[in-house]
Design a protein around this ligand. Structure first.
Ligand SMILES: *Cc1c(COP(=O)(O)O)cnc(C)c1O
Ligand SMILES: [Zn+2]
Length: 483
């Protein structure tokens, strides 16, 4: 077995660390929130300092060698095994093709429209369930396998509430898992796209719908977790945050571990993803794998912007204030009380301590800018969802405000595949947005299919006449020249 295929020997000791009261707990038990104070956890490896004995260069070589691995357990997010959850065995790790998503540099035409801005999208919609949620789910399910194996558990019921993509990912990984893992997902009725509803149904999960919005679903599953034996897979689940750190590791690796002059744009919903991304970059920096941190920009819609509002205030006047959300095309980020906010605050402070003021910022964009950001991206070769459009809108906002230079490379997180949110494109093209969105489509941007001949014509014409009539109509429309 070659070095790149060898499963790592290092084993750490993970513990839960409460951001509320500072208490720590071992990981032999599944914890969701702190039993003492209800705070959110981070998971940390108490042996992390030992990893510093290996030089940054050696780590870079190890991770680069593993990028060509044919060992399933190392092909996805666990390429960075030592930095994530180094307690599992190779046999615990689930790999369904997650991670290692491409970074696609924007076309000259798109970049020119943004004043020559250097920019790229990281297509996290190319994960197996078509969103970044697979990164965290692969880690959480691998840990459940580890727990089941080491503790001889007979059955674990995994539950989550979701704005759509979490449940699609949870249901996918549950459907692959050993029979000891059963899963159920809770969705706000009518608040997820048809694609997102179809996914867990297709994976065979028990799908439960409740009236209300995501924040309501959350209260129900938390009540279940407090009172019954279930594993909650929501983003308070610290194992998911760990898996999502892989996004940061991959960005660093793609740019040959040189993140000076890079700015990563991330949409903020429940704030788990931006937490994980900052945590990941900080780990690389601590180990000397990277010398410079990139800048990180969070982006929020004006219809769901509690994190933006918090950071918009002067430091001494900041007050955390959950809010009531308005409808948003960035539906997966339409969250008024993000559970990971304490984690954002924790890592933002550390980020700024290393990289200085301005290394972490949050920008606010309008619904109109978000949907038009998505349309613009996808007309230039990208496959961005509305949340990816939100990142592009955020980049434009940052440019207007003079927060970013055109020679900095903006890396935009396209968190899901465009097809998951394609209904919003239809609403734009067909001018069908309910007024609450506050979006006025520009008819110039609408794209609709063109009818070549009327249906009645087909009945009337012979087969040859029909082909000719269609071709003539197309020739006229496209102005084709004969050869
Ligand atoms: C979950 C999700 C988000 C929001 O991420 P958080 O970790 O909740 O901040 C953004 N985009 C998509 C496509 C998502 O599925
Ligand atoms: Zn606590």
């Amino acid at each position: 077995m070659s070095e790149r295929n060898a499963f790592p020997e290092y084993r750490g000791r993970m513990e839960y660390y409460c951001l509320g009261c500072g208490a720590t707990y071992g990981t032999e038990q599944l914890h969701y929130t702190c039993p003492d104070c209800g705070g959110v956890f981070l998971l940390r490896d108490t042996g992390f300092d030992a990893l510093k004995q290996t030089s940054g260069e050696t780590w870079r070589n190890i991770f680069d060698a593993r990028a060509a691995s044919k060992t399933d357990a190392l092909r996805g997010i666990f390429r960075f095994y030592e930095l994530m959850a180094p307690v599992m065995d190779e046999r615990d790790i689930v790999y369904l093709g997650e991670g290692n998503t491409p970074i696609i540099h924007s076309s000259r035409r798109l970049s020119d429209q943004l004043g020559g801005q250097k920019m790229a999208f990281k297509n996290d919609g190319q994960n197996p369930s078509a969103s970044f949620k697979d990164r965290g789910m692969a880690c959480a399910f691998s840990f459940l396998n580890h727990l089941i194996r080491t503790q001889g558990l007979e059955e674990v019921l995994a539950v989550c509430a979701s704005t759509g993509d979490t449940s699609a990912a949870a249901a996918l990984y549950a459907s692959y898992a050993d029979s000891a893992i059963k899963s159920a997902v809770l969705l706000p009725e009518g608040k997820v796209t048809p694609q997102q509803l179809a996914q867990p149904l297709g994976s065979g999960a028990v799908v439960l719908e409740v009236p209300g919005v995501f924040d309501d679903c959350m209260k129900v599953v938390e009540h279940l977790a407090d009172n019954y034996q279930v594993a909650l897979l929501n983003s308070k689940n610290a194992w998911r945050i760990l898996g999502q750190e892989s996004f940061a590791f991959e960005v660093a690796q793609w740019y040959d571990w040189d993140l000076a002059g890079k700015a990563v744009f991330v949409p903020i919903g429940n704030a788990g993803n931006i937490t994980a991304i900052m945590s990941g970059f900080l780990k690389l920096h601590e180990l000397g794998v990277i010398d410079a941190l990139p800048r990180v920009f969070g982006v929020q819609s004006h219809h769901a912007d509690p994190v933006f509002k918090y950071y918009a205030a002067a430091p001494e006047e900041r007050q955390w204030q959950p809010m009531q959300v308005e409808p948003s095309v960035a539906q997966a980020a339409m969250i008024g009380n993000p559970v990971s906010f304490p984690r954002v605050r924790y890592f933002a402070e550390r980020f700024e301590a290393v990289a200085g003021a301005g290394s972490f910022q949050v920008v606010q964009v309008t619904e109109q800018e978000i949907i038009e950001g998505m349309l613009l991206a996808n007309r230039h070769g990208h496959i961005s969802c509305t949340q990816g459009g939100e990142c592009l809108a955020g980049l434009m906002k940052a440019r207007e405000a003079g927060l970013i230079h055109k020679d900095e490379t903006a890396v935009l997180d396209a968190t899901a595949h465009m097809l998951k949110f394609i209904g919003f494109q239809d609403m734009y093209f067909q001018n069908a947005f309910p007024p609450e969105y506050g979006i006025t489509p520009d008819p110039e941007r609408a794209n609709t299919p063109l009818r070549v001949i009327d249906a009645g014509e087909k009945e009337r014409l012979s087969e040859t006449e029909y082909t000719k009539a269609c071709a003539t109509s197309i020739v006229d429309r496209l102005g084709l020249k004969s050869r």
